[in-house]
Design a binder for this molecule. Structure first.
Ligand code: ADP
Ligand code: MG
Length: 886
């Protein structure tokens, strides 16, 4: 292939320079993609592909108009591509081009999504020993300026932190890059683009320098995190700078996120509990969508963050509860807050836009209006004694209210009420803001007025009818006179154009005014743009203030939303404590109760009863019951009220849920392998203070395997992990565990059976299910009588904890499998050596052998083949056969 030259050659060599997946290069009024990039883009965005010939070769080409780049970029980045943008600039010898920005999922500023948009870096600490954290992480949202660092003891914990923030882009540190297991899980579980940023950016010295430079000298000490977390933070800063996002100024604060302040909630659990989207991937029907009544997008974002990161601190939660409680009984104040907050914009996002230099005058008006919402909210709170006494008052005191008022006044004095969206063409500022500008404005208005009055003046002065004065691009300003009057124009009129029904003229005076007008417009545009940039920089300098005010408003919004939901759905304030007791009286599922006549249910767990085996027929409500318990605990740990008549909730350090692969398979999601690795993760990670919900775990494999795994997992959770556990199972065998393990108890979902119909009562009762509805269903479905009878028989034996032997048919070998309930194990019983079934035979009539057979077996055992002649053996066998046949 020939070396590409010309514009394509330039494109390809710029492409070499960047790590980005795609390059958009400005060529005049277009951004063009060439070669393979053009094909990708055309494919992804449905663009027309054309050919560009360059020195004898032809290359695919796709382009978008200059002004339309943003939506295309957004679409590409949201599909996971990193796109470099090269702008064209003038040189002495023509044009040159240079990459000015790389837009990536984590640095996209033009998002219209209200969700947080985190970028993460993860760095392994190879020298970590013992309890040292093995990973450092950093999370940054360029759209809001939020920046956090975290540490994790091992890879699992690191993944949990990553799940928690659900980043759109991940920068793995140098060592993590060769950790295929970890990267594999990141790829599998997160919808994040993996970016290999230059390794030097992760170097401890350079990284800590970058962190100190950005956040101040004492930062590293204050954070109290290790080298790897600082390296992660430094790498993120470096990356943000290098991509040219230009938002470093809005990153005003770095905070250490401590996992142990938060309830562990991994990705699978978030999905199973349908926190932010349903299993089908819909937002509607998720827990968040159900409880979200926020008035602002920042409030919604915060509420979602609370749900994804529930808290463990009793103090924090009780403070939130106090605010929710006060708001829940103040319906009128809530309405007022909704009204005020309805006028508020997303301050954190606006701060970021100001820092980036993309905020326009309307954005500054939005800043002003939102800053003004703070005192308005404070007034509502102050006017209601309950609210004034609640922690809400303190939340509103946190931002610097005077500084907020000052900034708001500054913007108010500067920017016109309804400024245009362009910032280069003037008319943004009020008269009186700047003396120099005022002069220009005055003169500008004078000329404008002169031009506006010109038509009337000309009519009067020269006795003309049908005169208009207007301007367009080609003719500039002109006097247009209707055809009938066109012949009577005075001599100094100079004709410039003839139209069908009229003629256009100009005069020396008009031309002079036109020149002045253009000069003034340009002057005003330039001056205002200069002033605007200054003002925008002032606002950007106050990024931290904007973030503070935004946070306070969002917090009030989120708390008011919780209160609204509690009041409208008769939720109650749960009593929180640090013990083990979990007692929910008449609990409901927060989402299902919205659409169903819900039958409330109790749950009780404590020191002596820490593990519930939940049985009940298919579709009776087992999964709903368990999810309801998990959701109630989770809601309690964000400070919310809960759907119940009353609730006492011992705080947990983690919530773990797993759904058996069979149920998951129906959703086309999972495999048995995944089910098991998730189970393994729970058994490793859950603690005595966790809540574990297992739904039909073990179901993804053959019954025997399944029961065995479920059995062993139960023992382990009960004896070793000691987590509060709810385990729904259709393996009736597991109900026997309650007799063997002290803290295991059975509950079942009651159903009523009459005249061959099963009615689900949806009520949870103590004890195991009293019958198998599976067999009942088999009977109803017309399964042959002997099969139904035999299964009843087998069930009966299982229930009486007796071994079952499989029946051999006809002359075929009686291959047998025995489920030994006492040991919870299976063993083959076909080739019994005589000793094996004995342990059961002693206490099991049905499995016992009659006396004759027993004698034969003993005889058989005692025969020494080496000492016995073949004839003798043959006669013995004949004798045995006779004995058995009798
Ligand atoms: P299982 O897990 O036992 O098969 P599910 O929990 O999936 O049953 O529930 C089956 C159906 O019953 C669901 O449609 C659910 O909405 C409904 N349901 C469950 N519990 C209740 C309840 N307490 N009140 C009303 N409907 C319920
Ligand atoms: Mg179920």
């Amino acid at each position: 292939m020939t070396e590409a030259t010309g514009i394509v050659g330039e494109f390809l060599s710029l492409k070499e320079e960047t790590e980005a997946d795609l390059l958009a290069m400005q060529c005049g009024d277009f951004y063009e993609f060439f070669a393979a990039d053009a094909e990708t883009v055309a494919d992804e965005l449905d663009l027309k592909l054309s050919q560009k010939s360059s020195h004898g070769s032809s290359y695919p080409m796709a382009g978008v108009p200059l002004d339309d780049l943003t939506p295309y970029l957004k679409a590409l980045v949201e599909r996971g591509y990193r796109v470099a943008v090269a702008d064209q600039y003038e040189t002495d010898s023509g044009h040159a081009r240079e990459i000015v920005r790389v837009v990536t999922p984590g640095t996209l500023l033009e998002t219209s999504d209200a969700d947080a948009q985190y970028m993460a870096a993860i760095v392994a600490d190879s020298s970590a020993r013992g309890d040292d954290p093995a990973y450092g992480l950093a999370f940054a949202d360029v759209t809001t300026g939020r920046f956090l660092v975290a540490e994790a003891e091992d890879a699992d914990e690191a993944l949990t932190e990553l799940y928690r923030f659900d980043p759109v882009e991940v920068l793995p540190g140098p060592e993590v890059r060769s950790d295929d297991d970890l990267l594999g899980l990141v790829r599998e579980r997160l919808e994040a683009t993996l970016t290999l940023h230059e390794t030097e950016a992760f170097a401890p010295k350079r990284a800590s320098h970058a962190v100190r430079e950005q956040f101040g000298d004492g930062t590293v000490d204050r954070l109290g995190v290790g080298e790897s977390a600082v390296a992660a933070a430094g790498a993120v800063l470096d990356y943000v700078e290098e991509t040219g996002a230009g938002v470093l100024a809005s990153m005003t604060r770095i905070q250490a996120h401590r996992g142990d302040d938060h309830v562990t909630l991994d990705a699978t659990t978030q999905r199973n509990l349908e926190l932010t989207e349903t299993m089908q991937g819909e937002r509607e029907g998720s827990l968040f969508a159900t409880i979200d009544h926020t008035a602002t997008s920042a409030g919604g974002r915060l509420l979602k963050e609370w749900l994804q990161r529930p808290r463990r601190s009793l103090e924090v939660l009780e403070r939130r509860q106090a605010s929710v409680g006060a708001l829940s009984t103040a319906a009128l104040a809530r309405d007022e807050l909704q009204d005020v907050l309805g006028e508020a914009y997303d301050l954190a996002r606006l701060a970021s836009k100001a820092s980036h230099g993309s905020a326009d005058a309307r954005d500054l008006v939005a800043v002003r209006e939102t800053l003004a919402a703070l005192p308005a909210v404070a007034d509502v709170v102050a006017a209601n004694p309950d609210l004034a006494d609640s922690p809400l008052a303190e939340i509103l005191e946190r931002p610097d209210r005077d500084a907020a008022r000052e900034l708001s006044e500054t913007i108010e004095e500067a920017i016109a009420d309804e400024p245009p969206s362009t910032v280069t063409q003037g008319e943004l500022f009020r008269y009186g803001y700047d003396e120099e500008l005022d002069e220009v404005i005055e003169r500008h208005e004078e000329v404008r007025e002169w031009l506006e009055g010109l038509a009337d003046r000309e009519k009067r002065r020269h006795g003309l009818s049908h005169v208009t004065v207007d301007r367009n691009k080609t003719d500039g300003y002109y006097i247009q006179v209707g055809k009938s009057a066109a012949d009577g124009v005075p001599d100094h009129y100079e004709q410039i154009k003839t139209l069908k029904n009229s003629k256009r003229f100009t005069t020396d005076e008009l031309e002079e005014k036109e020149r002045e007008m253009l000069r003034l417009e340009e002057r005003r545009g330039d001056l205002e743009y200069e002033l605007f940039e200054e003002l925008r920089e002032d606002v950007a300098m106050r990024a931290e203030l904007l973030q503070d005010v935004g946070r306070a408003l969002a917090t009030v919004d989120a708390l008011a939303s919780l209160a609204t939901h509690a009041a409208e759905n008769r939720w109650v304030n749960p009593a929180l404590h640090e013990g083990d007791r979990l007692e929910i009286e008449q609990g409901r599922h927060p989402v299902v109760e919205q659409t169903t006549e819900f039958v409330p249910n109790d749950v009780r767990l404590d020191d002596n009863r820490g593990f519930l085996v939940v049985t009940g027929p298919n579709m009776s409500g087992k999964s709903t019951y368990m999810r309801q318990v998990a959701a109630i605990v989770l809601l309690a740990q964000i400070g919310s009220f809960v759907p119940a008549k009353s609730a006492e909730i011992g705080l947990v350090d983690g919530i773990f849920t797993r759904v058996g692969a069979l149920d998951e398979l129906a959703q086309g999601r999972s495999t048995f392998m995944v089910e098991m690795s998730e189970l393994s993760n729970i058994l490793h990670t859950a603690t005595e203070e966790s809540l574990v919900v297992l739904d039909e775990v073990g179901r993804g494999t053959a019954t025997y395997d399944g029961i065995s795994i479920a059995w062993a997992a139960t023992e382990y959770l009960h004896n070793e992990v000691r987590a509060k556990t709810l385990f729904a199972t259709h393996y009736h065998e597991l109900t026997g565990l309650a007799d063997r393990l002290p803290r295991v108890a059975n509950v079942h979902i009651a159903a009523d059976e009459r005249d061959g119909d099963v009615t689900f009562l949806r009520t949870v009762r103590d004890g195991p299910t009293d019958r198998s509805y599976g067999i009942h269903v088999a009977d109803l479905a017309g399964v042959p009588e002997p099969v139904v009878d035999r299964s009843r028989d087998v069930l009966e034996r299982l229930r009486e904890e007796k071994a079952i032997e499989a029946k051999g048919g006809g002359s075929s070998e009686p291959v047998q499998t025995v489920f030994d309930v006492s040991s919870g194990q299976f063993r083959g019983a076909a080739n019994t050596d005589g000793g094996s079934p004995k342990s059961n035979a002693e206490d099991d009539d049905a499995g016992a052998l009659d006396a004759e057979t027993e004698r034969v077996l003993e005889d058989l055992e005692s025969v020494d083949v080496n000492e016995t002649s073949p004839v003798e053996l043959l006669s013995k066998v004949q004798e045995w056969q006779r004995t058995i046949e009798e």
